[in-house]
Design a protein around this ligand. Structure first.
Ligand code: NAP
Length: 251
């Protein structure tokens, strides 16, 4: 029997793959056989070394996803550089923390543009290619705040809750056309995004007390779910947001 998780011959575009969760996903997809295009604003030096050490091809594409300006170019460069685009991982994202009562329009727009608007238009550009080439896989990186309210992160919660909805509507439109659209909701992962939480001793303790697994997630914990949603193993899975959270939502 062939391995349903095998990604040999596939091309995956991962946004924000230079660090953290995006890096963990890019390396896991490469270990499963995919070639990787990494699009973002910082050089993905470490990720390139890890992907090439696995014997896969790696393409770095410079792009700032604070606006929709680069989306078509990113898709075109991926297809031109690696010969196709089968898997899109919308991982690049930001967070701004402030009491809602004092939250600025800048902090609203920056987060909504990067985490939601650009994701939609990059996905649209990628899907136009996938529809013409026989199908593909889209994986959105959502959050526990796709399910819960959070605190002091109004634009982040709105963007990640919106992303869970976007995952469903795109799945409804494209499931019969060969594109799977799903999301992963990481729990509390040890990355730049959560540095402020770990630096606050009381907050760090209360977070750890609530995680059934008793530890923060590491970027390597997310790869298995991404490989599943990128592979033939998930061909009949559409529109889900899969928590990878050490059991947080079960509590
Ligand atoms: P991270 O280490 O801060 O990584 C975020 C990535 O997004 C970086 O590669 C960053 O690039 C990139 N990015 C941000 N703004 C960008 C822009 N305008 N243009 C291009 N790239 C941009 O944090 P992370 O935790 O790995 O976050 C990855 C994703 O997981 C995000 O969508 C985040 O919301 C989500 N998430 C994280 C957690 C967690 O606990 N860590 C939980 C739930 C969801 P630079 O390095 O250049 O800034």
């Amino acid at each position: 029997m062939t391995n349903p998780f095998d990604l040999t011959g596939k091309v995956a575009l991962v946004t924000g793959a230079n660090t953290g969760i995006g890096q963990g996903i890019a390396v896991a997809l490469a270990a499963a056989g995919a070639d990787i295009a990494a699009a973002g604003r910082s050089a993905p030096t470490e990720t390139r070394a890890a992907v090439e050490a696995l014997g896969r091809r790696f393409l770095s594409i410079s792009a700032d996803f604070g606006s929709t300006e680069p989306v078509q170019r990113v898709v075109d460069e991926t297809v031109a550089g690696l010969g196709g685009l089968d898997i899109l991982v919308n991982n690049a994202g930001i967070i701004r923390r402030q009491d809602s009562i004092a939250f600025s329009e800048d902090d609203w727009d920056a987060v909504m543009n990067t985490n939601l608007k650009t994701v939609f238009f990059l996905t649209q550009a990628a899907a136009r290619h996938m529809l013409a080439s026989g199908g593909g896989k889209v994986i959105n990186i959502a959050s526990l705040l796709s399910f819960q309210g959070g605190i002091r992160v109004p634009s982040y919660t709105a963007s990640k809750s919106g992303l869970a909805g976007l995952t469903k509507i795109l799945a409804n439109e494209w499931a019969a056309k060969g594109i799977n659209v799903n999301a992963i909701a990481p729990g509390y992962f040890d990355t730049n995004n959560t540095e402020a939480l770990r630096a606050d001793e009381a907050r760090n303790r209360s977070i750890l007390e609530r995680i059934p697994a008793g530890r923060w997630g590491q970027p390597s914990d997310i790869g298995g779910a991404a490989v599943f949603l990128a592979s033939g193993a998930s061909d009949y899975v559409h529109g889900v947001t899969l928590p990878v959270d050490g059991g947080w939502l079960a509590r």
